[in-house]
Design a protein around this ligand. Structure first.
Ligand SMILES: Cc1ncc(C[n+]2csc(CCOP(=O)(O)OP(=O)(O)O)c2C)c(N)n1
Ligand SMILES: [Mg+2]
Length: 545
């Protein structure tokens, strides 16, 4: 690094230092100077078809790799990633949104420059609501510090941040000999000690303690600590939907997904009958909790996240999530003899039953379960793709991505691009409804361009199936596309129409061999057919009414 790099160079340098290798986006005149720098840097630019695709890809990249970046032009590009940034915020994914902007000189006298909405800071104000920290790099004296501050916030809180780069400052040098500060944030020692002491007493006294592990365990890189803790005291673990795959689903102490009425009954009973539920990095969202059907008693819970820490009804201030997790490993916790615990049903080898019969949603997921391998990352879109995927059996950890809280449709296809670039060893299996596919499915062009090879299962049920069960009407229909013929348009890939079990079986086997580009299965399903997870929810909700 030069003693006095330009503001653009410093930003690139810091992204690289934090492990970013790809930046997703679409250029425009306000960001061209920075694109030029990027294209000559060690970072690789990934041009998507639409900014929303870039936003979802960067989000998935951040979930897999720890930090992601999207770079767009002012307002016309920036506001298109507002929704994806909102999702990243809500689901704790650290995405750096970089937006070009009019130069500071151009802003004098407030002229009507193209792409401006109302004021020059309109876009910045929008992103203040959607990010954990934001800045306009308008002053070379403070630009480096601002970059440090904002990137630190992204990593500290695992939430998106916004950096606006006026085009006349990209090549301006910042202050010379700037040193990036190393920040170590610690817990308040007294508070941490007291919290650990109370946790020790509560866990040791408990008859049936259980861990409920959620997404922050993954975001903060604490999966090894979790495994050590499990082994240390022989304690069973359930995961939430958002945290699915935070622990390998074949682990002998793994119970399954806990999600109130939507999950398996045995998992639900085990967790809800526990006298000490240790919630690690958990978001108490409605979907995570089976649309409010979960019954977790705070009087019997330890609740540890990066934002809040409480045991029973009282809260401890300044206890860092990481410190608490590490502290748990040092406690004198009673090692238990593990009795019989609920276990996920074994994965049967799939046997074709009704060769010619129309494929049902249930059998689709059973067959997909047999297809998964340790190298698969499952990327599920909103709708029954996400609900059904809950019952899939993820072979290793961190290999399930789905917008299980904010739930924006259109996530899965672009997210698979981000996920595979973040970890090229993985081959994505995309589960996406026909409705969601019509929103962002054309990003398959990006997959072709960058030689990625997702296997995309389009669940073609002629419309918004999930919504049909709530209230139906012609507004839930979508226009039928010839999905399997997209390879003709894109000049690469393979497509299949799948109507029977046998066709599904054959297509998946062939897709396993066709690794040179994407594979798309247009899976025809009955409009009202739904996954076992959705069935369970509907049945149990009906019982409670
Ligand atoms: C961007 C966005 N628009 C609308 C919705 C509301 N919504 C939730 S599920 C759904 C239908 C999804 O249809 P499809 O992708 O075909 O999946 P299916 O329900 O058929 O499994 C809609 C419209 C949403 N979640 N996100
Ligand atoms: Mg559909």
């Amino acid at each position: 690094m030069k003693s006095s790099p330009s503001i653009g160079e410093y930003l690139i340098h810091r992204l690289y230092a934090h492990g970013v290798r790809h930046v997703f986006g679409i250029p425009g005149d306000y960001v061209l100077g920075f694109y030029d720098l990027l294209s000559k840097s060690k970072l690789r630019l990934i041009n998507t078809c639409d900014e929303q695709g870039a936003g979802f890809a960067a989000d998935a990249y951040a979930r897999v790799r720890g930090l992601g970046a999207v770079c767009v032009t002012y307002c016309v590009g920036g506001l298109k990633v507002a929704n994806t940034t909102a999702e990243a915020f809500a689901e704790k994914s650290p995405v750096v949104v970089i937006s070009g902007a009019p130069g500071m000189k151009e802003r004098e006298k407030n002229p009507l420059l193209h792409h401006k909405v109302r004021e020059f800071d309109t876009q910045k104000k929008v992103f203040e609501q959607l990010t954990i920290a934001s800045t306009v790099l308008s002053d070379p004296q403070t630009a480096f510090q601002e970059i440090d501050r904002v990137l630190h916030a992204a990593l500290r809180f695992k939430r998106p941040v916004y950096i606006e780069l006026p085009r006349d400052l990209v090549s301006v040098s910042g202050i010379p000999h700037h040193k990036t500060p190393e920040i170590h944030e610690r817990s308040d020692p007294k508070s941490l000690r007291a919290a650990l002491a109370e946790a020790e007493e509560m866990i040791n006294r408990a008859r049936q303690p259980v861990i409920l592990a959620d997404v922050e365990v993954h975001r903060f890189g604490l999966q090894d600590q979790l495994l050590k803790l499990v082994r240390k005291i022989n304690i069973p673990v359930a995961a939430t939907v958002l945290g699915k795959s935070v622990i390998g689903e074949q682990h002998p102490f793994y119970l399954g997904i806990y999600e109130g009425a939507m999950g398996r009954d045995d998992v639900r009973q085990y967790v809800e009958n526990s006298d000490c539920v240790i919630l690690l990095g958990a978001f108490m969202t409605d979907i995570n909790l089976g649309v409010y059907t979960a019954r977790l008693d705070p009087a019997r819970s330890i609740y540890a996240t990066s934002e809040k820490f409480s045991i029973r009804y009282h809260t401890y201030e300044d206890v860092r999530f990481k410190d608490f997790m590490r502290g748990l490993l040092r406690l004198r916790l009673r090692r238990r003899v593990l009795g019989k615990i609920p276990r996920p049903p074994p994965i049967d080898g799939f046997r074709l039953k009704n060769r010619g019969a129309r494929l049902s949603v249930k059998r689709l997921f059973q067959r997909l379960n047999a297809y998964l391998s340790a190298d698969t990352v499952v990327v599920a879109d909103v709708g029954d793709a996400l609900f059904g995927a809950i019952d899939l059996f993820i072979r290793q950890r961190t290999e399930f991505l789905g917008p299980a809280y904010y739930a924006s449709m259109g996530f899965a296809v672009p997210a698979s691009i981000g996920a595979q670039l973040a970890n090229p060893k993985l081959r994505p299996l995309v589960l996406v409804g026909d409705g969601a596919f019509q929103m962002t499915g054309m990003e398959l062009a990006t997959a072709v361009r960058y030689r990625l090879n997702p296997v995309v299962v389009v669940r073609n049920n002629c419309g918004y199936g999930t919504e049909r069960h709530m209230q139906d009407g012609p507004y839930n229909d979508v226009w039928p596309w010839h999905y399997s013929r997209l390879p003709e348009i894109l000049g690469a890939g393979r497509g299949w129409v799948v109507e029977t079990e046998e066709e599904l079986d054959r297509a998946l086997i062939q897709a396993g061999h066709r690794t040179e580009s994407f594979c798309l299965l247009d899976v025809r399903l009955a409009p009202l057919d739904r996954s076992p997870a959705l069935e369970r929810l509907a049945a149990r909700l009906a019982k409670r009414l």
